[in-house]
Design a protein around this ligand. Structure first.
Ligand code: NAD
Ligand code: GLY
Length: 345
């Protein structure tokens, strides 16, 4: 990955055992803080700790309750205060061991603690492997909305051990599938077809590697999200509305699936894409067991979508499919967003 900092993304099986050596290779740390959540630490914490210990690194850990509710200012301040009490220095390193919540929170601490400390991302969900661990977006949620406080900060290395995905509950694996399907709709019909044919039994290594490659290309073109990278928000504006309305009981992946289905229906209705494109998008989401509709009404979704951070003044940039493998940015006056949602519900 080549952005403001270049780094490798290692993808394979059995990688946790060699994590210590990899951390040594990418930074000069003497001490490492593993940050993880209450589900992931019991599964992989000791293995990661042992690997870091074998590489001669001093290890401390910060484990917080699993779930989106923890991606907040209180846990964040608890984490940076812990790092200060442990006297972690600028040359030391954080290891984010977990899904997108752990990755975003640790990444934000890496951007801010001592104005910057190295971070190695070790994603353990499909969503984190294909999306959040790569590209340097870090954030915490505020009471006013999701991801409203954050920074761009690239990690030193991403180590994606596919073995960790074996313990994921199927429902959480499906959440990651929504993001994988998103890459197919945006950029790659071949990937989309592979998913249509193999469903949940897709080739994990090849698909994760392809998604990371696609994300690398877009982040290299537009690291700070002012142009091409915005396309990664396919389904997200309406999706954030669903997440907010459900008070985050609908997961990010499922909300994005609903958002992509709504956008596809409106796009087909307006002649932006053929009806066949809409049917393939809605069809693949259904085959992956993802939702394609919501009981929340137009007004509620519209209100929540308006508070999304992708809004820019009186305009919101919606991402709409033209073909499978190609989408365009549709600048939409805020006043028209309501109709756009209504047409796709
Ligand atoms: P998550 O981190 O909450 O993980 C989902 C659940 O799976 C948690 O309960 C977790 O404890 C558990 N888990 C994780 N790995 C496991 C494993 N290997 N085995 C068993 N259980 C495991 O959620 P997520 O879906 O990984 O990430 C969602 C978050 O990512 C959201 O906060 C979203 O905003 C963020 N996100 C960020 C970016 C970015 O670019 N930074 C992109 C997409 C999403
Ligand atoms: N997940 C969206 C992005 O990285 O831009």
């Amino acid at each position: 990955m080549d952005a403001s900092r270049s780094y490798e993304v290692l993808i394979g099986r059995g990688l946790l055992a060699g994590l210590g050596q990899e951390v040594r290779r990418v930074c000069k740390a003497e001490k490492v803080a593993i940050v993880s959540d209450s589900n992931v630490w019991p599964l992989y914490g000791e293995a990661v700790k042992a690997s870091l210990g074998r590489a001669g690194l001093e290890v401390v850990r910060f484990v917080f309750p699993a779930g989106e509710e923890s991606k907040n200012g209180t846990v964040f301040l608890g984490l940076v205060d812990f790092l200060a009490r442990e006297q972690m220095t600028r040359s030391d390193c954080l290891v984010a061991l977990g899904g997108g919540v752990v990755g975003d929170l640790t990444g934000f601490a890496s951007a801010t603690y001592l104005r910057g400390i190295a971070c190695v991302q070790v994603p353990t969900t499909l969503l984190a492997a294909v999306d959040s661990s790569v590209g340097g977006k870090t954030a915490i949620d505020l009471p006013a909305g999701k991801n409203l406080c954050g920074a761009f900060c690239q990690p030193r290395l991403v180590v994606c051990d596919l073995d960790t995905l074996d313990t994921l509950p199927e429902d959480i694996f499906r959440d990651g599938c929504a993001e994988v399907i998103k890459y197919g709709i945006l950029y790659d019909e071949g990937l989309f077809r592979h998913l249509e044919e193999h469903r949940l039994r897709f080739d994990r290594e090849a698909v994760v590697a392809r998604c990371v490659e696609l994300k690398r290309d877009v982040v290299m073109e537009d690291e700070f999200d002012t142009g091409a990278r915005m396309k990664l928000n396919l389904g997200h504006t309406v999706g954030h509305g669903v997440e907010a309305q459900s008070r985050f009981t609908v997961s990010h992946g499922k909300a994005v699936a609903i958002g992509m289905a709504i956008v596809a229906r409106t796009a087909a209705g307006r002649g932006i894409c053929q009806p066949e494109v809409r049917d393939r998008i809605v069809g693949i989401l259904e085959r992956f067991g993802l939702p394609v509709g919501t009981a929340f009404g137009t007004d509620a979704l519209y209100r929540s979508a308006l508070s999304d951070k992708k809004r820019s003044g009186g305009r919101v940039d919606l991402i709409v499919p033209e073909r499978i493998g190609s989408c365009k940015i549709l600048p939409t006056p805020v006043g028209e967003l309501r109709t756009f949602i209504e047409e796709g519900l």
